[in-house]
Design a protein around this ligand. Structure first.
Ligand SMILES: Nc1ncnc2c1ncn2[C@@H]1O[C@H](COP(=O)(O)OP(=O)(O)OP(=O)(O)O)[C@@H](O)[C@H]1O
Length: 279
């Protein structure tokens, strides 16, 4: 669906993308994670034809990205970024209807997308009167309206409460089940861990780690095994292979209350890899 090879982009002589390379396959939820200023939005702009690379190759739908603004390809893409805007004096329905007519989408689809984002019943409200989180959900509904094959979501749940966040997650999983490819940026590592098939960790305009969240966490896992024994004693082993015999002995003698291995969260991996916090 997406392929980048050695992509460079500078602003005022300062590199925003510095040899960026990655690939996104059809039907996956791909998490593009990085601290502020690492190049996430620049990449999305490039993949949606809003910005040209200085050097390198960018492909979307197997075609050079310069074709992406062609109406037939644009029709296959949905975008929700922080520079997406709603018309504040128009109602939710009128905002969606504007896009509906652009993409020739049937009216019944409005109800479907409002259901996905948990916004039934607000069709007649002017968007200026909505909360930040509600506006965010209208933007997401608008991005979904024409049932795109490829969806770019830049921090889609940033302003949402946990219930709406979970509802959106369910909606995104459903879209994935129907074959939609989702390119997602988020600062919420728990969201990335539960939602994404694969994540790429971006730092300074290049990928520093990539993989399924679970395998990334395992790769960075601290191999310390902590065993709590009956009677309250706690023993730790630093090397699982060498300590197998001792652990086995505790087991056959029925001395063990609990065994615990320390696996870092994706957030901890991120901080370790980038040396930066996620805020
Ligand atoms: N139009 C522009 N003009 C000048 N510099 C820019 C422009 N767009 C981006 N940059 C710079 O490029 C770098 C990458 O910015 P980008 O917006 O892609 O980061 P980001 O990872 O999306 O950050 P955030 O998480 O804060 O949204 C930053 O140093 C930013 O200041």
């Amino acid at each position: 669906m997406i392929r980048l090879e050695k992509v460079y982009k500078s602003f005022d002589g300062k590199a925003a993308l510095d040899g960026l390379e990655f690939q996104v396959d059809k039907g996956e939820i791909f998490g593009f994670l990085g601290p502020s200023g690492s190049g996430k939005t620049t990449t999305i702009k490039m993949l949606t034809g809003q910005l040209k690379p200085d050097r390198g190759h960018v492909e979307v739908f197997g075609q050079d990205v310069s074709n992406v603004t062609r109406p037939d390809l644009l029709q296959r893409i949905g975008i929700m970024t922080d520079n997406s805007n709603l018309y504040p004096r128009l109602t939710v329905l009128d905002n969606l209807n504007l896009y509906r007519s652009l993409y020739r989408v049937p009216i019944r689809r409005v109800k479907e997308v409002l259901e996905i984002v948990n916004l039934e019943g607000v069709e007649k409200k002017k968007t200026a009167t909505l909360s930040k989180g509600m506006k965010q959900r209208v933007l997401l509904a608008r991005a979904l309206l024409h049932e795109p094959d490829l969806l770019f979501l830049d921090e889609p749940t940033a302003a949402l409460d946990p219930i709406n966040k979970e509802r959106i997650h369910e909606g995104l999983r459903q879209l994935k089940a129907n074959g939609t490819t989702i390119f997602l940026t988020t600062h919420d590592m728990q969201e990335a861990e539960t939602l994404c098939d694969r994540v790429a960790l971006l730092n300074g305009g290049r990928i520093v780690e990539e993989g399924a969240p679970v395998s990334l966490c395992q790769r960075f896992s601290d191999p310390i095994i902590t065993i709590e024994l009956k009677g309250g004693q706690v023993v730790t082993f630093e090397n699982a292979r060498e300590s197998a015999k001792a652990i086995h002995d505790y087991m056959v003698n029925d001395q063990i209350v609990s065994i615990h291995t320390d696996e870092p969260t994706l957030g901890q991996v991120f901080i370790q890899v980038t040396g930066r916090n996620l805020a």
